[in-house]
Ligand binder design. Sequence first.
Ligand code: AMP
Length: 175
Amino acid sequence: MIIPAAQHVHTLLASYPDFPQPGILFRDLNPVFADAVAFRAIIDDLSERYRGQFDAVAGIEARGFLLAAGIGYAAQCAVLAVRKGGKLPGTVLTEEYDLEYGSARLELEVGQLPAGSRVLIVDDVLATGGTVAATARLIERAGYLTIGVGVVLELAELDGRSRIGDAPVHTIVSV
Ligand code: AMP
């Protein structure tokens, strides 16, 4: 019997109150990544949702890298690493943004793909949407098109979708 990706996530998701600071309920998807069948199910789910629609997948540091690598392999497409500030060499684009806790900076190297390339953005958790929105701005400034967003878990009460703009957002589980 094939277990749907959402069921794997519901079964394996771990939640930690007051981490990394008081008031935050931290959602840990590492147990999903650590289960071979579950990991494959979430990669297949995200790849299938946007099949044929993207030339590249952009993973956001760090857990988004795991998803982007799997999707890139499954879909045989290019993989972009959207990194935290100060880690990329050469000419980089930078976006500052606010997090559910604190603020952050994301960067993307320029000139990795042809102009107009269709990019799927992936990450583990969609919270306030600031991280994905900043990534979408980087993709646009680099000359590419964001065709969609794929995340494993959406924290619906934070309404991150409202910050993302027009790109479709696919989430495997919404809590
Ligand atoms: P946001 O920009 O608020 O949508 O935050 C999304 C990023 O922060 C993702 O890369 C998540 O990994 C991480 N994140 C934010 N809130 C949480 C949470 N409650 N549990 C786990 N990760 C979170």
